[in-house]
Write a protein that binds this ligand. Sequence first.
Ligand code: NAG
Ligand code: NAG
Ligand code: NAG
Ligand code: NAG
Ligand code: NAG
Ligand code: NAG
Length: 198
Amino acid sequence: MYVTKSITSLLLGVSAVTAAVLPRQINSTGLFKTTTTNTTLPPVSLDSDNFIIRAQQLNDTSITLGYMYAEYAYPPGYYATLRPSKSDAIVGHLTDTTNASNSSLVFGDRDPEGFVLYPLASNANASIARIFSGQQGTKGVYVNEAGIVDWASQRVSWYACDQALEWGEATDIWYKLMNVATPRNCVDIQLIAEFVSS
Ligand SMILES: *[C@@H]1O[C@H](CO)[C@@H](O)[C@H](O)[C@H]1NC(C)=O
Ligand SMILES: *[C@@H]1O[C@H](CO)[C@@H](O)[C@H](O)[C@H]1NC(C)=O
Ligand SMILES: *[C@@H]1O[C@H](CO)[C@@H](O)[C@H](O)[C@H]1NC(C)=O
Ligand SMILES: *[C@@H]1O[C@H](CO)[C@@H](O)[C@H](O)[C@H]1NC(C)=O
Ligand SMILES: *[C@@H]1O[C@H](CO)[C@@H](O)[C@H](O)[C@H]1NC(C)=O
Ligand SMILES: *[C@@H]1O[C@H](CO)[C@@H](O)[C@H](O)[C@H]1NC(C)=O
């Protein structure tokens, strides 16, 4: 019994190491700039590596509230929500790692789904985040040096609300102007990009 047990724990230890996902560097384009001769290079992809997005409670970073998921609901379309299981997380990438203002967040490869934020104003000071099939994401969405998803176009903060969408319970991802109070029963969050191997 003792032997069986120790072999099992050894195997678990090995597979845990193998399964570890190490963050990868976002920028790969810099490598091409060291060339001294004028050779014609193929267009450099500005895309980032793939990542999933983990929502962490703003005032307690030990609390993970879930992973970004595209929930289909009414009015027809996808809404950014949180799912507790990492295996449900949708995989995205940025479209420009060199210029935050030109960057957008897109999920999937074959039929890209853009992460869409509408500009906020004093009379529309918060909104649920959307994800649109076959559309570009909103420009200015990028990941900062700390690995946090941010929007360069407007200063906003993120929060999560347990609020049913048309077809059932969901935890929705919202964004608001900085001076706007987080609604009761909602939680301020940070969105953390976690790189995944593709
Ligand atoms: C970006 O690339 C440069 C040059 O290749 C490297 O020195 C730097 O560490 C990289 N930064 C990140 C965040 O990957
Ligand atoms: C490379 O191209 C630039 C601009 O076209 C030119 O000014 C430069 O002289 C070229 N350098 C070489 C080594 O051919
Ligand atoms: C914006 O990003 C796209 C790639 O998504 C790139 O083709 C384009 O040149 C970039 N534009 C600017 C102004 O940086
Ligand atoms: C970055 O992208 C924005 C939006 O596309 C563009 O207006 C700006 O010129 C770009 N900046 C640089 C340095 O390419
Ligand atoms: C935000 O908008 C709501 C109505 O949608 C309003 O009650 C509230 O006062 C606004 N907050 C600020 C800080 O403008
Ligand atoms: C942290 O945020 C949660 C959710 O908004 C709130 O219930 C709690 O009171 C906050 N804790 C502190 C210490 O601010």
